[in-house]
Design a protein around this ligand. Structure first.
Ligand code: PLP
Length: 376
């Protein structure tokens, strides 16, 4: 099996898996319990929080554990909307993940105005337009850092600076870019992170919130996580996400170089064997692990299924409900046609992939493309 779907999820590091056993046996207690076993679990949670805050460059009071980035995103969006009742506008990029767009859709039903930013053909936000749309009614600007379908990076530092000048809160989803690109926290008020994108297990997310901003929670209960996220802390997954961050940090130059080499080889081989393809965002700064390829004249779902039968796992940005694929909102908002969007396949690489896998997969893609494209 060749797994080129690492933007969807990653394999858990072996060391993380090994440590999990110890966390389940030695740190099983509830960290809110005042007895020694509870306090032992509490220490593990706080040690993990502290380490993560150091990596992000913030205070440990600003780190909150959630169940996933979808929960972090919902908490931030609904929290800000509720906290500032005199503001009714949220400015957002159209290339956000659904876990940002769908909560906003709910806010529209409650009378909020959502202003979509303009993006160019590469999906990059028009910064001048952003400056003009922020007004005194704007509660939040949300622009994700690295796009999950194309890997294209936004200039979040410039966007954050504009938000600071205009005194508007800035939230960026760094789910795909965390540990793979630099993030300067100085101009950011909220961040969301997901463990399973960097070899931690599923079910654990992080929310960063600047400490001078208070927002109400999405989940009420025992008041854990300083009241922002009630529910007994998932001690084991909190320690596991911290372990995965540490492994990434310890191997960062090597991991990133590996991803870059793999993507470079993949794109050069695929362009050589199928010159008609188009690589989305190829000319702009992108994350090292994502390559979005438009195979003109070929339906992406057929290509994905044919690759699957060869043991190669990839995905597309199109959602497939009731048997009919809907083209990716990300590519459509960048100006691609429906046909082009339905021909796009996302290849996303991970630290366990090899150059040999790339050689094998690109040869299979060429064969399958030739077969499929002759039908049109
Ligand atoms: N944001 C981005 C950019 C993503 O790629 C994803 C997952 O694909 C999410 C948010 C949601 O993450 P989670 O699976 O942790 O809810």
């Amino acid at each position: 099996m060749i797994y080129f779907d690492n933007a969807a999820t990653t394999v858990v590091f072996e060391e993380v898996l090994k440590n999990l056993n110890k966390y389940y046996t030695d740190y099983f207690a509830n960290p809110s319990s005042i007895h020694r076993e509870g306090q032992k679990a509490r220490q593990l949670v706080e040690k993990s929080r502290f380490y993560i805050s150091e990596v992000i460059g913030c205070s440990d009071e600003e780190i909150f554990f959630t169940s996933c980035a979808t929960e972090s995103n919902n908490t931030i969006i609904f929290g800000v909307a509720e906290r500032f009742p005199n503001k009714n506008k949220i400015v957002v990029s159209p290339v956000e993940h659904k876990s940002v767009l769908m909560p906003l859709k709910q806010l529209v039903k409650r009378g909020f105005k959502v202003e979509f930013l303009k993006v160019d053909r590469d999906g990059k936000v028009d910064i001048d337009y952003l400056k003009n749309v922020i007004d005194e009614k704007t509660a939040l600007v949300a622009v994700l850092h690295g796009n999950n379908e194309t890997g294209v990076l936004q200039d979040i530092e410039s966007i954050g600076k504009i938000c600071k000048e205009k005194e508007v809160l800035f939230f960026t989803d760094v789910v795909q870019s965390f540990l793979k690109d630099d993030i300067n926290i100085d101009y950011i008020d909220f961040l969301s992170i997901s463990g399973h994108k960097f070899n931690a297990p599923k079910g654990i997310g992080i929310l960063y919130k600047r400490k001078d901003i208070d927002i109400p929670p999405l989940i009420y209960g025992g008041g854990q996580e300083k009241g922002l996220r009630s529910g007994t802390e998932n001690v084991q997954l909190i320690a596991a996400i911290s372990d995965a961050v540490r492994i990434w940090k310890q191997n960062s130059p090597e991991f990133i170089k590996k991803l870059k080499d793999i993507r470079e080889r993949f794109e050069s081989l695929i362009k050589e064997s199928i010159p008609q393809i188009h690589i989305v965002g190829e000319k702009v700064e992108r994350l090292p692990h994502i390559s979005n390829v438009i195979f003109h004249k070929v339906d992406a779902q057929s290509l994905i299924m044919a690759l699957d039968s060869e043991g190669i796992c990839v995905s597309s940005g199109s959602a497939c409900s009731s048997g009919t694929p809907t083209p990716s909102h990300v590519l459509l908002s960048m100006g691609y046609s429906e046909k082009e969007a339905l021909s796009s396949v996302r290849f996303s690489f991970g630290v366990y992939n090899t150059l040999e896998e790339v050689d094998f997969a690109t040869e299979k893609i060429r064969e399958i493309y030739l077969q499929l494209s002759t039908f049109f």
